[in-house]
Design a protein around this ligand. Structure first.
Ligand SMILES: [Zn+2]
Length: 110
């Protein structure tokens, strides 16, 4: 094993997800400096809480802009409710992907 290979092996084995323990070549460093895999970073309480609040605020504003007149008129259809639900999903996904993009490390970590 070359020196580069051994240092790479040490690097890989020294970085593990703090939740599931899986060895990481790339990961996400979140609040407190914890390193997590994608699956556990997406479920981090701070990421979920921020995405939920963002979705609530932005989703409400966008729904009011796009569907407000129909909602106030009482024209509630299944399609309208589906569109409103999707309107809340967009800022949730954008907030989550933004948080993960800012926290991303790798492919061989720092
Ligand atoms: Zn994990």
């Amino acid at each position: 094993m070359s020196r580069a290979d051994s240092s790479m092996a040490a690097l890989v084995s020294s970085h593990r997800c703090v939740v599931c323990g899986r060895a990481l070549r790339s990961g996400y460093r979140l609040r407190g400096g914890e390193t997590r895999c994608l699956r556990d970073a997406v479920r981090h309480p701070a990421v979920v809480r921020r995405a939920f609040v963002t979705a609530l605020v932005v989703g409400t504003v966008l729904t009011a802009i796009n569907q407000g007149d129909r909602i106030l008129a009482g024209d509630l259809t299944t399609m309208l409710l589906l569109k409103a639900a999707l309107t809340f999903c967009v800022p949730f996904v954008v907030s989550t992907s933004g948080a993960l993009g800012a926290a991303r490390m790798g492919p061989d970590l720092p």
